[in-house]
Write a protein that binds this ligand. Structure first.
Ligand SMILES: NC(=O)c1ccc[n+]([C@@H]2O[C@H](COP(=O)([O-])OP(=O)(O)OC[C@H]3O[C@@H](n4cnc5c(N)ncnc54)[C@H](OP(=O)(O)O)[C@@H]3O)[C@@H](O)[C@H]2O)c1
Length: 342
């Protein structure tokens, strides 16, 4: 499988990253999201390694920590063959300070993640969201201390806005803290908002892009159709998240276009949706999910072939998002000086 450098770091990651949100669900969560246990996780990791995946993504909040525990157990004996990414931010206790990106919460959460993952280092430690209450200086110095101590090797952020990420990078440069090497962001054929700020920022600043929800949590797999709407057992039917911010008719036009290309090519709709993203500017790797072994096998094949220029143009056209200000203005009046303004 192709690998790409993670931002401006020396680390190369596979273009597909396996996300472990489906690990460890119990009760209601098992039905909604998934309940992959250690044995199945081991098989999933075998398949990923065979296909060339070298990065595995989890978070302390997934299944209340069970996802990290299962990933750690399933990696026993081969921890050093792979890269492990996890995250911190969300509430993991009842106390006031059991949330966010304070030095207190980051360091405690990191220690807990290391224990659950059964490892002594995290390859990529990510801020799971933006904390407007903690000064970025405090967050970045806490991450830097973890890097200096050897417990963390690289840091990234997730779900930051453009100015928030730019401010963090500027502080890191000014105060000589390690920079975020990557941003983990939602990007799919029905969610292209980030093309206006976060992608150009990532390209300009050398921050890698790890895409979460590349199948729009199942919406882009062919199981939801215009005729039947959003129903059934899939995760998207439970939460409807990420929300569809484009007209619903357009979302189903996108599914139709995927369907047509999938049929012409003899591949699955999911593979076409993933392959389109592999061709987008600034993208480093797709953090995809799978509830079952069949879904995993299907998705792993997405990196084994390439959409043609004509197919990419068809998908770009059907999924074109509205252009927000000031980018429509730059496009209309200043495109000669702003060829990559979005
Ligand atoms: N940073 C963040 O804030 C954030 C947020 C969300 C996720 N993530 C990360 O990104 C990873 C992927 O996110 P995601 O699960 O939302 O992404 P996704 O890849 O868009 O959706 C995965 C879901 O789609 C369905 N699916 C996947 N492959 C399929 C196939 N070939 N055929 C039919 N259905 C298929 C399955 O759900 P059903 O079977 O239930 O339909 C599966 O759980 C997560 O595991 C996590 O590591 C990060």
């Amino acid at each position: 499988m192709e690998t790409r450098p993670l931002g401006q770091s020396g680390l190369h990651v596979s273009v597909l990253t396996f996300g472990t949100l489906t690990f460890g669900g119990e009760g209601d969560r098992a039905d909604r999201v998934g309940s992959v246990g250690v044995t199945e996780a081991r098989t999933m990791i075998d398949l990923c390694l065979e296909a060339g995946v070298n990065l595995f993504d989890t978070a302390d909040g997934y299944s209340d920590g069970r996802s990290e525990e299962i990933l750690g157990a399933a990696l026993a004996g081969r921890r050093h063959d792979v890269l492990v990414a996890t995250k911190v931010f969300f509430r993991n206790g009842a106390l006031t300070n059991d949330i966010g990106l304070s030095r207190h919460h980051i360091i405690r959460s990191c220690e807990a993640s290391l224990r659950r993952l059964n490892t002594d280092y995290i390859d990529l430690y990510q801020a799971h969201n933006f904390d407007a209450i903690t000064p970025l200086e405090e967050t970045l110095s806490a991450f830097d201390a973890l890097i200096q101590s050897g417990k963390v090797r690289y840091i990234g952020c997730s779900n930051y806005g453009g100015w928030q990420l730019m401010k963090a990078l500027a502080i890191s440069d000014r105060d000589r803290y390690t920079r975020y090497v990557s941003q983990q962001v939602y990007y799919s054929l029905i969610g292209r908002e980030l093309e206006f700020e976060l992608v150009p920022l990532g390209v300009d600043q050398g921050v890698g892009i790890l895409v979460w929800g590349p199948l729009a949590q199942g919406f882009l797999t062919g199981k939801y159709r215009r005729e039947t709407g959003i129903s059934g057992q899939g995760r998207y039917a439970f939460r409807g998240e990420p929300p569809i911010h484009i007209p619903e008719a357009q979302a189903y036009d996108i599914v139709d276009a995927l369907d047509a290309i999938a049929e012409e090519r003899g591949v699955s709709i999911s593979q076409v949706a993933l392959n389109w993203l592999l061709n987008k500017r600034g993208v480093t790797s797709l953090v995809f999910g799978a509830r079952t072994l069949d879904q995993l096998r299907d998705n792993l094949n997405a990196a084994a072939w390439r959409l043609s220029a004509d197919e990419l143009t068809r998908l770009d056209a059907v999924s074109a998002p509205p252009i927000p200000y000031p980018y429509w203005h730059q496009r209309k009046y200043a495109s000669e000086r702003n060829p990559f303004s979005y």
